[in-house]
Design a protein around this ligand. Structure first.
Ligand SMILES: Nc1ncnc2c1ncn2[C@@H]1O[C@H](COP(=O)(O)OP(=O)(O)OP(=O)(O)O)[C@@H](O)[C@H]1O
Ligand SMILES: [Mg+2]
Length: 237
Protein backbone atom coordinates (compact mmCIF):
# COMPACT_ATOMS: atom_id res chain seq x y z
CA UNK A 1 0.00 0.00 0.00
CA UNK A 2 1.24 3.47 -0.76
CA UNK A 3 0.05 6.57 1.03
CA UNK A 4 -1.22 6.96 4.56
CA UNK A 5 -2.84 4.13 6.53
CA UNK A 6 -5.58 6.46 7.74
CA UNK A 7 -6.72 9.73 6.27
CA UNK A 8 -9.54 12.20 6.74
CA UNK A 9 -10.53 14.36 3.81
CA UNK A 10 -12.54 17.56 4.28
CA UNK A 11 -14.09 15.93 7.34
CA UNK A 12 -17.07 17.74 8.77
CA UNK A 13 -19.04 16.85 11.89
CA UNK A 14 -22.29 18.12 13.35
CA UNK A 15 -24.24 17.76 16.57
CA UNK A 16 -27.72 18.65 15.37
CA UNK A 17 -27.47 22.17 13.95
CA UNK A 18 -24.11 22.77 15.56
CA UNK A 19 -21.09 22.21 13.33
CA UNK A 20 -18.04 21.01 15.28
CA UNK A 21 -15.57 20.21 12.46
CA UNK A 22 -15.08 22.26 9.28
CA UNK A 23 -13.14 20.30 6.69
CA UNK A 24 -10.41 18.56 8.66
CA UNK A 25 -7.59 16.81 6.76
CA UNK A 26 -5.28 14.62 8.78
CA UNK A 27 -3.17 11.59 7.88
CA UNK A 28 -1.54 8.78 9.82
CA UNK A 29 1.12 6.54 8.29
CA UNK A 30 1.83 2.97 9.26
CA UNK A 31 3.92 2.96 12.43
CA UNK A 32 3.45 6.65 13.11
CA UNK A 33 2.34 8.36 16.32
CA UNK A 34 0.35 11.51 15.66
CA UNK A 35 -0.80 13.91 18.38
CA UNK A 36 -3.89 16.10 18.12
CA UNK A 37 -3.65 19.14 20.36
CA UNK A 38 -6.09 21.96 20.96
CA UNK A 39 -7.99 23.82 23.66
CA UNK A 40 -11.27 22.77 25.28
CA UNK A 41 -13.97 22.43 22.68
CA UNK A 42 -11.58 22.56 19.70
CA UNK A 43 -13.06 19.36 18.28
CA UNK A 44 -10.45 16.78 19.26
CA UNK A 45 -12.87 14.21 20.68
CA UNK A 46 -15.25 14.84 17.80
CA UNK A 47 -12.45 14.04 15.34
CA UNK A 48 -11.71 10.73 17.08
CA UNK A 49 -15.43 9.89 17.24
CA UNK A 50 -15.77 10.58 13.52
CA UNK A 51 -12.82 8.35 12.68
CA UNK A 52 -14.14 5.60 14.98
CA UNK A 53 -17.56 5.65 13.33
CA UNK A 54 -19.37 6.84 16.47
CA UNK A 55 -20.44 9.81 14.35
CA UNK A 56 -21.47 9.08 10.77
CA UNK A 57 -19.49 10.77 8.02
CA UNK A 58 -19.92 11.84 4.44
CA UNK A 59 -18.70 9.46 1.72
CA UNK A 60 -14.94 9.69 1.25
CA UNK A 61 -14.36 11.65 4.45
CA UNK A 62 -12.46 8.83 6.22
CA UNK A 63 -10.23 6.36 4.41
CA UNK A 64 -8.47 3.47 6.07
CA UNK A 65 -6.09 1.09 4.32
CA UNK A 66 -7.33 2.28 0.94
CA UNK A 67 -11.05 1.87 1.70
CA UNK A 68 -13.76 4.44 2.38
CA UNK A 69 -14.91 3.72 5.94
CA UNK A 70 -16.83 6.94 6.54
CA UNK A 71 -20.24 5.28 6.41
CA UNK A 72 -19.39 2.35 8.69
CA UNK A 73 -20.83 1.99 12.19
CA UNK A 74 -18.53 1.91 15.20
CA UNK A 75 -18.56 -1.88 15.66
CA UNK A 76 -17.60 -2.40 12.01
CA UNK A 77 -14.76 0.10 12.37
CA UNK A 78 -13.42 -1.77 15.43
CA UNK A 79 -13.52 -5.03 13.44
CA UNK A 80 -11.27 -3.39 10.84
CA UNK A 81 -8.77 -2.61 13.58
CA UNK A 82 -9.41 0.97 14.69
CA UNK A 83 -10.02 1.06 18.43
CA UNK A 84 -10.64 4.01 20.72
CA UNK A 85 -9.54 4.55 24.30
CA UNK A 86 -12.41 6.86 25.22
CA UNK A 87 -12.23 10.10 27.15
CA UNK A 88 -12.97 9.35 30.81
CA UNK A 89 -11.99 5.63 30.60
CA UNK A 90 -15.59 4.29 30.72
CA UNK A 91 -14.98 1.03 32.56
CA UNK A 92 -17.88 -1.28 33.30
CA UNK A 93 -18.49 -0.77 37.04
CA UNK A 94 -19.83 -4.24 37.78
CA UNK A 95 -16.93 -6.03 36.06
CA UNK A 96 -13.49 -6.94 37.38
CA UNK A 97 -10.30 -5.66 35.80
CA UNK A 98 -9.89 -8.91 33.90
CA UNK A 99 -13.51 -8.95 32.71
CA UNK A 100 -13.11 -5.38 31.46
CA UNK A 101 -10.02 -6.44 29.51
CA UNK A 102 -11.81 -9.45 28.02
CA UNK A 103 -14.61 -7.20 26.73
CA UNK A 104 -11.99 -5.60 24.47
CA UNK A 105 -11.16 -8.92 22.88
CA UNK A 106 -14.76 -9.31 21.73
CA UNK A 107 -14.60 -6.28 19.44
CA UNK A 108 -12.23 -7.88 16.98
CA UNK A 109 -11.35 -11.53 16.69
CA UNK A 110 -7.85 -10.89 15.45
CA UNK A 111 -4.96 -12.98 16.64
CA UNK A 112 -2.03 -10.78 17.50
CA UNK A 113 0.45 -9.69 20.07
CA UNK A 114 -2.05 -8.56 22.71
CA UNK A 115 -3.52 -11.06 25.17
CA UNK A 116 -4.19 -10.94 28.91
CA UNK A 117 -0.61 -12.09 29.37
CA UNK A 118 1.00 -9.31 27.33
CA UNK A 119 -1.32 -6.63 28.74
CA UNK A 120 -0.37 -7.75 32.27
CA UNK A 121 3.29 -7.64 31.28
CA UNK A 122 2.78 -4.07 30.03
CA UNK A 123 0.95 -2.99 33.21
CA UNK A 124 1.94 -5.43 35.99
CA UNK A 125 -0.29 -3.72 38.59
CA UNK A 126 -3.31 -4.92 36.59
CA UNK A 127 -2.29 -8.54 37.10
CA UNK A 128 -2.28 -7.95 40.85
CA UNK A 129 -5.70 -6.33 40.68
CA UNK A 130 -7.26 -8.63 38.10
CA UNK A 131 -10.11 -9.82 40.36
CA UNK A 132 -11.19 -6.47 41.83
CA UNK A 133 -13.84 -4.20 40.25
CA UNK A 134 -12.22 -1.98 37.61
CA UNK A 135 -13.84 1.12 39.03
CA UNK A 136 -12.25 0.55 42.47
CA UNK A 137 -8.80 1.32 41.00
CA UNK A 138 -7.04 4.68 41.04
CA UNK A 139 -7.49 6.99 38.04
CA UNK A 140 -4.15 6.01 36.55
CA UNK A 141 -4.83 2.30 36.98
CA UNK A 142 -8.26 2.73 35.38
CA UNK A 143 -6.57 4.42 32.45
CA UNK A 144 -4.29 1.38 32.16
CA UNK A 145 -7.36 -0.87 32.06
CA UNK A 146 -8.92 1.31 29.36
CA UNK A 147 -5.73 1.12 27.28
CA UNK A 148 -5.41 -2.62 27.91
CA UNK A 149 -9.04 -3.19 26.93
CA UNK A 150 -8.44 -1.39 23.62
CA UNK A 151 -5.21 -3.34 23.00
CA UNK A 152 -7.07 -6.64 23.50
CA UNK A 153 -8.66 -6.04 20.08
CA UNK A 154 -5.15 -6.03 18.56
CA UNK A 155 -5.76 -2.68 16.90
CA UNK A 156 -3.98 -1.50 13.80
CA UNK A 157 -4.78 2.04 14.88
CA UNK A 158 -5.19 3.03 18.52
CA UNK A 159 -7.14 6.25 19.07
CA UNK A 160 -6.41 7.68 22.54
CA UNK A 161 -8.46 10.52 23.98
CA UNK A 162 -6.69 12.54 26.70
CA UNK A 163 -4.81 9.75 28.42
CA UNK A 164 -3.40 12.21 30.95
CA UNK A 165 -6.67 13.88 31.97
CA UNK A 166 -6.84 14.34 35.74
CA UNK A 167 -3.71 12.30 36.45
CA UNK A 168 -0.60 13.27 38.42
CA UNK A 169 2.61 13.85 36.42
CA UNK A 170 4.28 10.71 37.74
CA UNK A 171 1.26 8.63 36.69
CA UNK A 172 1.15 10.28 33.27
CA UNK A 173 4.79 9.31 32.84
CA UNK A 174 3.98 5.66 33.61
CA UNK A 175 1.10 5.66 31.14
CA UNK A 176 3.14 7.21 28.34
CA UNK A 177 6.02 4.83 29.06
CA UNK A 178 3.80 2.12 27.56
CA UNK A 179 3.65 3.82 24.18
CA UNK A 180 6.91 2.51 22.67
CA UNK A 181 5.84 -1.07 23.35
CA UNK A 182 2.42 -0.36 21.84
CA UNK A 183 4.13 0.98 18.71
CA UNK A 184 6.45 -2.04 18.61
CA UNK A 185 3.39 -4.30 18.60
CA UNK A 186 2.58 -2.82 15.19
CA UNK A 187 -0.13 -0.34 16.14
CA UNK A 188 -0.14 3.16 14.72
CA UNK A 189 -1.33 5.68 17.26
CA UNK A 190 -3.31 8.91 17.43
CA UNK A 191 -3.19 10.64 20.82
CA UNK A 192 -5.41 13.55 21.69
CA UNK A 193 -3.63 15.62 24.31
CA UNK A 194 -4.20 19.00 25.94
CA UNK A 195 -0.72 18.88 27.43
CA UNK A 196 1.37 20.34 24.59
CA UNK A 197 4.70 19.30 26.11
CA UNK A 198 3.56 15.70 26.40
CA UNK A 199 2.29 15.70 22.82
CA UNK A 200 5.59 17.06 21.53
CA UNK A 201 7.52 14.38 23.38
CA UNK A 202 5.65 11.38 22.01
CA UNK A 203 4.52 12.37 18.53
CA UNK A 204 6.18 12.03 15.15
CA UNK A 205 3.79 14.69 13.90
CA UNK A 206 1.34 17.06 15.58
CA UNK A 207 -1.89 18.63 14.39
CA UNK A 208 -3.37 21.58 16.26
CA UNK A 209 -7.13 22.09 16.11
CA UNK A 210 -8.91 25.31 16.89
CA UNK A 211 -12.67 25.74 16.59
CA UNK A 212 -13.02 22.73 14.33
CA UNK A 213 -10.18 23.51 11.95
CA UNK A 214 -6.55 22.42 11.65
CA UNK A 215 -4.50 25.52 12.40
CA UNK A 216 -1.02 23.99 12.39
CA UNK A 217 0.67 20.69 11.59
CA UNK A 218 4.13 19.22 11.34
CA UNK A 219 6.87 17.36 13.18
CA UNK A 220 7.43 18.79 16.68
CA UNK A 221 10.96 19.95 15.81
CA UNK A 222 9.56 22.18 13.03
CA UNK A 223 7.00 23.97 15.21
CA UNK A 224 8.03 27.02 17.19
CA UNK A 225 6.51 27.84 20.56
CA UNK A 226 4.99 31.01 19.13
CA UNK A 227 3.44 29.20 16.18
CA UNK A 228 1.95 26.61 18.52
CA UNK A 229 0.66 29.27 20.87
CA UNK A 230 -1.08 31.10 18.01
CA UNK A 231 -2.51 27.90 16.54
CA UNK A 232 -3.76 26.75 19.94
CA UNK A 233 -5.23 29.94 21.36
CA UNK A 234 -5.70 32.05 18.25
CA UNK A 235 -3.69 35.17 17.57
CA UNK A 236 -4.74 38.18 19.60
CA UNK A 237 -6.52 40.61 17.31
N1 LIG B 1 -22.86 15.67 22.21
C1 LIG B 1 -22.70 16.95 21.85
N2 LIG B 1 -23.76 17.73 21.56
C2 LIG B 1 -23.60 19.02 21.18
N3 LIG B 1 -22.42 19.64 21.06
C3 LIG B 1 -21.33 18.92 21.36
C4 LIG B 1 -21.41 17.54 21.76
N4 LIG B 1 -20.15 17.10 21.97
C5 LIG B 1 -19.33 18.14 21.73
N5 LIG B 1 -20.03 19.23 21.35
C6 LIG B 1 -19.47 20.53 20.97
O1 LIG B 1 -18.59 20.32 19.88
C7 LIG B 1 -17.41 21.11 20.03
C8 LIG B 1 -16.20 20.22 20.01
O2 LIG B 1 -16.26 19.38 21.16
P1 LIG B 1 -15.18 18.26 21.45
O3 LIG B 1 -15.69 17.49 22.60
O4 LIG B 1 -14.87 17.53 20.20
O5 LIG B 1 -13.92 19.14 21.86
P2 LIG B 1 -12.55 18.69 22.51
O6 LIG B 1 -11.49 19.35 21.71
O7 LIG B 1 -12.51 17.23 22.67
O8 LIG B 1 -12.63 19.40 23.95
P3 LIG B 1 -12.10 18.91 25.38
O9 LIG B 1 -10.66 19.28 25.41
O10 LIG B 1 -12.90 19.72 26.34
O11 LIG B 1 -12.33 17.44 25.51
C9 LIG B 1 -17.59 21.91 21.32
O12 LIG B 1 -18.09 23.19 20.99
C10 LIG B 1 -18.61 21.10 22.08
O13 LIG B 1 -19.37 21.93 22.93
MG1 LIG C 1 -12.35 15.97 24.25
Amino acid sequence: MTGPLLQTHALRAHYGDFQALFGVDIALSQGETVAIIGANGAGKTTLLRSIAGVLRNEPGAVRFDGADIGALAADAVVKLGLTMVPEGRRLFPSLSVEENLLIGAQGRKAPGYWTLKTVYALFPILAEKRRVPGTSLSGGQQQMVAIGRALMSNPRVLLCDELSLGLAPVVIRDIYAALPQIRDSGASVIVVEQDIGQAMKVADRVYCLMEGRVTLSGPPADLSRDAIHDAYFGTAA
